[in-house]
Structures are given as C-alpha cells and as structure tokens.
Design a protein around this ligand. Structure first.
Ligand code: MRU
Length: 356
C-alpha cells in the first residue's frame, strides 16, 4: 500500500481526503477535534475501523492542545470531546469502542496528573492504530484460503486500507490471497450513492494491479446466475450477538442474491466490530444521510427538482444469510452467538493461526 489513510503528526492528524479520490490524492490536516469530527461526519475519512482510529486521535489531539492546570477542567473538557466524537456517525460500533477505550484514562479516581493523562491518551490512540493494522493482516491470513484459483469474488463498498488503519478487512482477505499466489478476479459493486466501490475499492485494486471489474449495483444477480461470481466478501459496521450484520446499504440485497444462487457470503471484520450487547440486528442504529447524496452526483442534480429521496447509509443482513465471519482470531461459523462470544473473549495470541 503506497498511501496512509490516517497519520498522527504530533500537533495535527493527517487524513487522505477520500471525497476527492480517485481523481485527486490530497491530504488534509486536522488541528483540533472539531475539524476531525467534521471530517468523520463529512466522509473525508470513512469506514468503521478508520473512523474509530480517527475519533481516538481526535481525543488525543484535544488533550495535547488543552491549556489548563486544573485537572477537573481538563477531564470535563475531554469528556465533552468524547461526546462530540460519539455524535459524528451512529452505526459503526468501532467508533464507540475506540472512544470508550480513550475515556478509560479520564477516570478521576486513577489519580494521574494532566501531563500523564496527555501521554496515556496519545499512546492509547497510537496503540488503537497499530493494533488495527495488525488485526487486518490477521483477518487476511485467516480468510485467504476461502479464495480459490479461478474464482470471481464480489465485494461491496470499501472495506480496504482506506476504511481501516491499513490493509483492510474484506480487501485484506483479497490482498492476502493475491500475495499468496492465488489467481482470481474481483468484482466491485460501485456502491451508490457515494460510490465507495468504484472510487475507492477500485482505486486500491488498480494500484496493486489486482484484476478487477466495476459493476453497477444492479448487476450482481445476473453475474451470479451466469456463474461469474462464486464468493462474496464484505466488511461490517456492527455485528450483533446472533451474527446479524450492518454494512453499507445494498449488502442485504446481495446476501439474498447469494443465498438464492448458492454463492457463499462472508463478512470480514475485526472483533471491535462485534456488539455483543445487542441480541440481534433489530436495534442497530441506521444512519440516515442527506437526500442530496442521492439526488446529486458529482455536485450535479440527477433527479427532477421537488422529488423526494431516501438515503439510509446501511442495512442489516440477517445471520441466516451469512456463511461465516472472518475475524483476526479465526472464522466464526454458526451458531454465531456461541462462536462470537468465545472469539470476543479469547486472547489474540492464543488463537493466532487457528483457522476455523
Ligand atoms: O459509509 P461508509 O463509507 O463509512 O461505510 C463503510 C462500510 O460500510 C464498510 O463496508 C464498513 O465500514 C467496513 S470497513 C472495513
């Protein structure tokens, strides 16, 4: 990978501006938590693990910049920043998971000094970043054997290096299989309305010369019928205890098509995407974004004035349609509830190399 999605620069956080890809590779510097929150909300950075990393760096940045000698004021301000980060996007649980990790250092009973807390927050944010990179590589290792020579592999949205600290989840599996010498073809759903597939996933694949074809979102069924797609791998924004999975709008439809055509449908995600507090996908909050993202394309109106548009950013795929969930600790199979609980509580090192 020859780009950095996000980078800690001491007094600022540098983001690769994903709104401009693939036309322009431009980095933006966020110098305060408000500009990071705006960047998350406005999709300068997006993708579940990446927004978790960005939010944690936002808290760390706020701490470095806060000028006060009063611990109470310091903690109160940083708790506000945590809240600000939580309010950026509602669906990806990684964001809340990362902010909660940061907030643990803001417990007044731990009697750290302001300077100590600043250092702890910075190291925690950098640890979240580094761990995510390592986790994605493990997801790739655990999932790569699912791809066979000659396969047609379909993915939706962008679950690549741009959506994570690097390497990617669904795209991490594809990268690892390719590096391992497998010869296969990737089909990339364009992913309306914001085109994360045709703009971002296609950009990542083109850079690494992984053979790929972009499809519009209504083509997958026909390709499956004609035997061109024999595996689907997507990322996830939140996975409930029973395996129900929220991911980019359109994922649910793909899973139904895959079931009908007997195509295995896999989800690739780090365990930070598991939300075991939710028994099923019913209670996963689904972000609704501006109608303008649907009525306009590249700043130009593509629908008549006065027409309404609906824009849920995610949908929930029921666990019954999912063959397996590829994590850094192995592939969880049905019954998901039992396996996801076990995986969430397992120490990472213990399961390294375990495949199923
Ligand atoms: O709205 P986005 O672009 O943030 O949605 C991203 C997705 O749905 C990804 O598939 C998901 O976050 C997994 S990223 C590894």
């Amino acid at each position: 990978m020859n780009f950095k999605t996000i980078e800690w620069k001491g007094d600022r956080v540098r983001l690769l501006d994903q709104r401009r890809l693939p036309g322009e590779v431009r980095y933006v510097d966020c110098r305060d938590p408000s500009s990071l929150a705006k960047a998350i909300r406005g999709m300068t950075i997006r993708g579940a693990p990446a927004i978790g990393v960005a939010a944690s760096m936002g808290v760390a940045l706020a701490a470095q910049k806060l000028q006060t000698h009063t611990l109470e004021v310091f903690l109160k301000n940083l708790k506000k920043v945590c809240q600000q980060m939580r309010q950026t996007r509602p669906t990806a649980v990684n964001l809340f998971w990362a902010v909660n990790r940061m907030e643990r250092w803001l417990d007044p009973t731990r009697s750290f000094s302001i300077e100590e807390i600043k250092a702890k927050l910075k190291s925690e944010a950098l640890r979240i970043y580094r761990e995510d990179l390592e986790i994605n590589r493990m997801i790739g290792e655990n999932g790569k054997r699912l791809i066979q020579d000659g396969d047609g592999v379909l993915t939706h949205c962008n679950a690549g290096g741009l959506a994570t600290a690097g390497f990617g989840t669904a795209l991490g599996v594809i990268r690892a299989a390719r590096t391992g010498g497998k010869r296969f073809h990737v089909f990339v759903d364009e992913t309306r309305p914001l085109l994360q597939g045709s703009r971002l996933t296609a950009w990542e694949l083109a850079q690494e010369k992984i053979p790929a074809t972009v499809l519009t979102d209504n083509m997958a069924g026909w390709l499956m019928k004609n035997g061109k797609i024999n595996l689907v791998i997507v990322g996830a924004d939140r996975i409930a205890r029973n395996g129900d999975t929220a991911n980019k709008i359109g994922t649910y439809g793909l899973a139904i098509l895959a079931k009908y055509h007997g195509v295995p449908f896999y989800v690739a995600a780090p365990t930070s995407t598991l939300d075991l507090s939710l028994p099923s996908g019913e209670k996963i909050p689904i972000e609704e974004r501006s109608a303008e993202e649907v009525t306009h394309l590249g700043g130009k109106r593509i629908t008549p004035k006065g027409i309404e548009a609906y824009n849920p950013a995610f949908d929930v795929t029921p666990h019954s349609l999912i063959r397996g969930i590829i994590t850094e600790k192995g592939i969880a199979r049905k019954p998901f509830e039992k396996h996801l609980k076990k995986i969430k509580n397992e120490r990472w090192e213990k399961t390294e190399g375990s495949k199923q």
